[in-house]
Design a protein around this ligand. Structure first.
Ligand SMILES: Cc1cc2nc3c(=O)[nH]c(=O)nc-3n(C[C@H](O)[C@H](O)[C@H](O)COP(=O)(O)OP(=O)(O)OC[C@H]3O[C@@H](n4cnc5c(N)ncnc54)[C@H](O)[C@@H]3O)c2cc1C
Ligand SMILES: NC(=O)c1ccc[n+]([C@@H]2O[C@H](COP(=O)([O-])OP(=O)(O)OC[C@H]3O[C@@H](n4cnc5c(N)ncnc54)[C@H](OP(=O)(O)O)[C@@H]3O)[C@@H](O)[C@H]2O)c1
Ligand code: HEM
Length: 460
C-alpha cells in the first residue's frame, strides 16, 4: 500500500489533487490495474467523485506518481479489495490476467463485474469469455456499455452516472468487438466521402490536364503547363464540390423512389443505399471544403500574372482597332453567374453551420429538415445554375469538345441536373400523393417515426 506525497508528485511534474477524497466514512473501493497515464487520470476522476482507489501494479513499490489518497498493491491484492476492476493496461499485456484467473473467478461467482478501460477515447478491451465483464467505451461525455449480466451493467452504469457521464446500453457482450473497435477506427464515416473526393479530384485533374494542357501542346504547340498550378486546380475544386453536393441529395431521391415502388416505407433500404444515406453529412462537409477552396482560388484570379497580361494585351489590341465594345449580354451573364456563385456559397455555408452540434441541437427537427432538405436542394439548384451560366452558349460550340471530350463543367453538371429532375418529379402532385400514402396512411404510421434504415435521420 502506498500514498504519494504532494511534493513527490510535483517533482514528477504532475499535480493531481483529488477534490473530494472521502465523501463518506468508508468510500467504495474501486480497483485499477495499471498505473500508467490512463490509470492515473481515471483514478483521479474516481477520487474526485468520492470513490476510494486501489491500484494493482506489477511493481507496487516503484510505480510512478499517483493521485493523492490512492493505494497501490499487487494485482492479486488489489483485485481482492474491490468490486469493480478497471483494466488500464495495453491489450498485448493482457496475458497476465490469465495467471490470476482464480482471483477474478471468485468475483465473477459473486457477480462482481470487471470493467475495462475507462477514459476519453479509451479501449474497452472486453473479455468475451467472462459473462460478468462489461465492455465500456467512453466517447466524450457519453459512455457505451455492453455485457451479459444486468447486475454488472447496472453497477457500471451507476458508476458512470456518478462520474457525470451519460450511459448508453448497446446490448449484450457480443457487441464488445464492435465497441472495442470504436477508438481504433480512423474516421469511419468519412472514409467513403473522402475516397469519393480523392477519386473525383484525381480523375478530373488528369482529365483537364489532357484536355487543356496536353491538347494545347500537341495540337497548337502551345506550352501552357503553368496553368496546372492555378487554372487547373481552380477548375477541379468547384467540379468536385458540385459533384459531391449532388451526391448528398441523390440518395434521398433514390430512397423516395424505392419507397414509392415498394409502396411502403417499412422496409429496409439495400445496404449500399443505407450506407450512402448515412454519410451524407460528411459528403456535404467535404463538398463545402472544396467550395471554400474554389472561392479562395477565385479571388486570386485578378492578381495572376497571366490574367493581367492577357487583359492588358487585349485592351491594347482593342484600342488600336475598334472602340472598346461593351457587350450587354456578357455583362448580364457574368453578373448573374457571379451572383449565383456567391448566393450558392452562402447557402452552402449555412448548411455547414447547421450541421454543427451546437447550432443543429438548438433547432427543432422540422427546422433542421427545412434547412438541410429544402435549403439544401435550393443550394444545389443555385450552384447548378451557376455552372450552367458559366457554360452559357459554349455547350453548343464544337470547339469546346476538344478531342471529342466534353469540358469538365459539362460532366459535373450531369448528376446535379439528374438530382434536380428527380426532385421535381417527386414534387409533382400525383407522385407526392403516392409518397404521402406510403408515409402516412399505412397502418402503424406514427408521426415523427423514423424508419430503421434512417432516411430523414440527421446525424447532428
Ligand atoms: C454543408 C452540408 C452539411 C450537411 N450536414 C448534415 C448534417 O449535419 N446532418 C445530416 O443528416 N445531413 C447533412 N447534410 C446532408 C443533407 O443536407 C441532408 O442529409 C439532407 O437532409 C438530405 O435531404 P433529402 O431531402 O435528400 O433527404 P431526407 O430528408 O433524408 O429524405 C430522403 C427521402 O427519405 C424518405 N424519408 C424522409 N423522411 C422519412 C420518414 N420520416 N420516414 C420514411 N421515409 C422518409 C423520403 O422518401 C425522402 O424523400 C449536409 C449537407 C451539406 C452540403
Ligand atoms: N493514455 C491515454 O490517453 C489513453 C487513451 C485512450 C486509450 N488508452 C488505452 O488505455 C490502455 C492503457 O494506456 P496508458 O496510456 O495508460 O498506457 P501506459 O501509460 O503505458 O500504462 C500502461 C500500464 O500498464 C501496466 N503494464 C505495462 N506492461 C504490463 C505487463 N506486461 N503486464 C501487466 N501490466 C503492464 C503498467 O502499470 P504497472 O507498471 O503499474 O503494472 C503501465 O503503467 C491502452 O490500451 C491504451 O491504448 C489510453
Ligand atoms: C464565392 C462564391 C463563388 C464565386 C465568386 C465563384 C466564381 C466562379 C468563377 C470566377 C468561375 C470561373 C473559374 C475559371 O474560369 O477558372 C467559377 C466556375 C465554377 N464554379 Fe464558381 N464561384 C463561387 C461559388 C461556387 C459554388 C458554391 C459552386 C458549387 C459547388 C461553384 C461551382 C462552379 C463550377 C462547377 C464552375 C466551373 C468550373 C470549370 O469547369 O471551370 N462555384 N466560379
Amino acid at each position: 500500500m502506498r500514498g504519494k506525497s504532494e511534493e513527490e508528485m510535483k517533482q514528477n511534474g504532475i499535480s493531481l489533487h483529488p477534490l473530494d477524497v472521502a465523501a463518506g466514512p468508508e468510500p467504495e473501493l474501486l480497483c485499477i490495474f495499471g498505473t500508467g497515464d490512463l490509470g492515473r487520470s481515471l483514478g483521479l476522476r474516481l477520487l474526485q467523485s468520492g470513490y476510494g482507489v486501489v491500484y494493482g501494479s506489477r511493481k507496487p513499490h516503484s510505480c510512478g506518481p499517483l493521485p493523492q489518497g490512492a493505494q497501490v498493491m499487487t494485482h492479486a491484492e488489489a483485485a481482492q479489495s474491490s468490486n469493480l476492476i478497471f483494466i488500464c493496461v495495453h491489450r498485448e499485456h493482457y496475458e497476465f490476467l490469465t495467471t490470476m484467473e482464480h482471483h477474478l473467478k471468485g468475483k465473477v461467482n459473486k457477480h462482481k463485474p470487471t470493467i475495462n478501460n475507462l477514459k476519453k477515447g479509451m479501449y474497452p478491451e472486453a473479455n468475451a469469455k467472462n459473462k460478468n465483464i462489461s465492455g465500456f467505451y467512453l466517447n466524450c461525455v457519453q459512455v457505451f456499455l455492453c455485457g451479459e449480466s444486468g447486475e454488472a451493467k447496472q453497477a457500471v452504469a451507476h458508476l458512470a452516472t456518478k462520474l457525470g457521464l451519460t450511459v448508453m446500453d448497446i446490448g449484450s457482450l457480443s457487441a464488445a468487438r464492435e465497441l472495442e473497435d470504436f477508438p481504433l477506427k480512423l474516421f469511419p464515416e468519412w472514409r467513403l466521402p473522402l475516397s469519393i473526393a480523392v477519386g473525383l479530384t484525381v480523375f478530373f485533374f488528369f482529365y483537364l490536364l489532357i484536355r487543356d494542357v496536353i491538347y494545347a501542346y500537341v495540337e497548337k504547340k502551345d506550352e501552357i503547363s503553368y496553368r496546372i498550378m492555378v487554372s487547373l486546380t481552380s477548375k477541379v475544386f468547384p467540379i468536385v464540390a458540385l459533384g459531391m453536393l449532388s451526391l448528398c441529395y441523390l440518395p434521398g431521391a433514390i430512397a423516395a423512389f424505392f419507397q414509392l415502388y415498394r409502396g411502403t416505407k417499412y422496409r429496409r433500404f439495400p445496404n449500399w443505399l443505407d450506407r450512402w444515406m448515412l454519410c451524407r453529412k460528411q459528403m456535404g462537409l467535404v463538398a463545402l471544403g472544396f467550395a471554400f477552396l474554389h472561392a479562395i482560388y477565385t479571388f486570386i484570379i485578378p492578381i495572376r500574372y497571366s490574367v493581367r497580361h492577357k487583359l492588358i494585351s487585349g485592351v491594347m489590341k482593342n484600342n488600336k482597332t475598334t472602340p472598346f465594345y461593351f457587350d450587354n449580354t456578357n455583362a448580364w451573364r457574368m453578373d448573374s453567374f457571379l451572383s449565383l456563385g456567391i448566393l450558392g456559397f452562402f447557402l452552402f455555408v449555412l448548411l455547414g453551420l447547421t450541421s454543427l452540434p451546437s447550432v443543429g441541437g438548438s433547432l427543432s427537427w422540422r427546422e433542421l429538415n427545412f434547412i438541410q432538405s429544402k435549403l439544401g436542394h435550393l443550394t444545389l439548384f443555385v450552384c447548378t445554375a451557376h455552372g450552367y451560366i458559366y457554360g452559357w452558349n459554349r455547350f453548343l460550340r464544337p470547339s469546346t469538345y476538344k478531342w471529342y471530350t466534353p469540358p469538365g463543367y459539362v460532366l459535373c453538371l450531369i448528376v446535379p441536373s439528374v438530382v434536380l429532375v428527380l426532385k421535381l418529379l417527386l414534387l409533382l402532385p400525383c407522385v407526392d400523393r403516392g409518397k404521402t400514402r406510403c408515409f402516412c396512411l399505412l397502418p402503424g404510421w406514427l408521426p415523427g417515426w423514423l424508419p430503421a434504415s434512417s432516411p430523414g435521420q440527421r446525424s447532428v
